[in-house]
Design a protein around this ligand. Structure first.
Ligand code: PLP
Length: 370
């Protein structure tokens, strides 16, 4: 049975390397996975407790409106519940947005390279992908930063959605308040700006704006957040959208895959929100380790830019794939983008030391000066 041509053309799903399989294959006790931007901490104690309680009720369907979670999110962010929609991970919300806003032949604009989901979204929605190349964040540096003027110029009458991933995955760079405000003020009102803030909790630069504050008074702006990264619930699949215009949240709720945010996910997210102090402390530890890892890489002459997320971008160009393969042979799984760079998640200090030692080993073999 043939699928739609656009679907036939999509790349087949390629599962990420599993650390246990890799460890067995190369005969070591443990492999380190720094490939998916999860946090290394175990689930919060309150989350484990909530899951245990909710487990006893899983013969029932979840609340399709996620009322308790929606209310908790609205309270946390100072918005009305009608401005909030939850999803089975933020990726599902991306899909629901495209379903709600993109007729075939319309377009979705975004920077490239950015989150890998965006081009797929456009294809599945039979929409055109408008990809605007990243530019150097500093003179002479690698192309790693949003070109908001370029993005604005690329938006046309057909553009229903424009994604701005801030901080950007995979480069870790972030756009600042004045440039983002200028951009939001100039985007046509029929184009919805989606500020993808999956890594917001790791932002430390006060000049990087909070999208939920920035969207106020701007009905064509919405913000995506997730419990997968800072909140430590990647395995449970829950994300959320906050929109200035309740019609945006409503459109997403209308295209929602019924019951796709599980009972366990809802209970865990509510418990995580109630443990925000612990989450903040964990984020602070990740940020401290991010600084240490950044400095350690710079000492090794790797040109990493400052990251506002929980990962670093190593712009290794043509060296990317050989280095990533060699790291994997040394039990360290990273996320390479061939010909461009390697994205490395900030792990525990121990994991990052394993990564640094493996990198030293790899570079001693490949560096012409060694
Ligand atoms: C991880 C990530 C998401 C969301 O992930 P979910 O697990 O689906 O919530 C969204 N956007 C970006 C840029 C991400 O890196």
């Amino acid at each position: 049975m043939r699928a739609r041509p656009t679907v036939q053309e999509l790349p087949a799903y390629k599962p990420g390397r599993n650390p246990a399989d890799l460890a067995r294959e190369i005969g070591v006790e443990r492999a380190v996975k720094l490939a998916s931007n999860e946090v290394a901490f175990p689930p919060l104690p309150a989350v484990v407790q909530a899951l245990a309680t909710a487990a006893g009720e899983t013969n029932r369907y979840p609340d399709n409106g996620a009322v308790v979670l929606t209310r908790a999110l609205a309270e946390r962010y100072g918005v009305d519940p009608v401005q909030v929609a939850t999803g089975c991970g933020a990726v599902t919300l991306c899909q629901e947005l495209a379903q709600a806003y993109n007729d075939p032949g319309t377009s979705i604009a975004f920077a490239w390279r950015s989150f890998e989901m965006y081009p797929l979204l456009a294809r599945v929605a039979a929409a055109r992908a408008i990809q605007v190349p990243l530019v150097p964040g500093r003179p002479g540096g690698p192309a790693d930063t949003h070109d908001l003027d370029g993005l604005l110029a690329a938006i046309d009458d057909s553009t229903r959605l424009v994604f701005v991933c801030n901080p950007n995955n995979p480069t870790g760079t972030a756009v600042r308040r004045p440039e983002l405000e200028r951009f939001l003020d100039a985007v046509p009102e029929q184009t919805l700006v989606v500020l993808d803030e999956a890594y917001r909790e790791f932002v430390t630069d006060p000049d990087v704006p909070d999208g939920i504050e920035l969207m106020r008074g701007r009905p064509n702006v919405t913000v995506l957040r997730t419990f997968s990264k800072a909140w430590g619930l990647a395995g449970l699949r829950v994300g959320y959208l906050v929109a200035e215009d309740p019609a945006v949240a409503e459109a997403v709720r209308k295209t929602h895959v019924p019951f796709s945010v599980s009972m366990l996910a809802q209970a865990a997210a509510v418990a995580a929100l109630a443990s925000e102090d612990e989450v903040r402390a964990r984020c602070a530890a990740v940020v401290a380790e991010r600084d240490r890892l950044t400095a350690a890489l710079r000492e090794r002459d790797v040109a990493v830019e400052d990251s506002q997320a929980n990962f670093l971008w190593l712009p290794l160009g043509e060296q990317t794939l050989p280095v990533a393969v060699a790291l994997e042979a040394r039990a360290v799984i990273t996320r390479p983008f061939a010909g461009e760079g390697i994205r490395v998640t900030v792990g525990t200090p121990e994991e990052d030391d394993v990564f640094l030692a493996a990198l030293d080993d790899v570079r001693s073999l490949t560096s012409p000066n060694a």
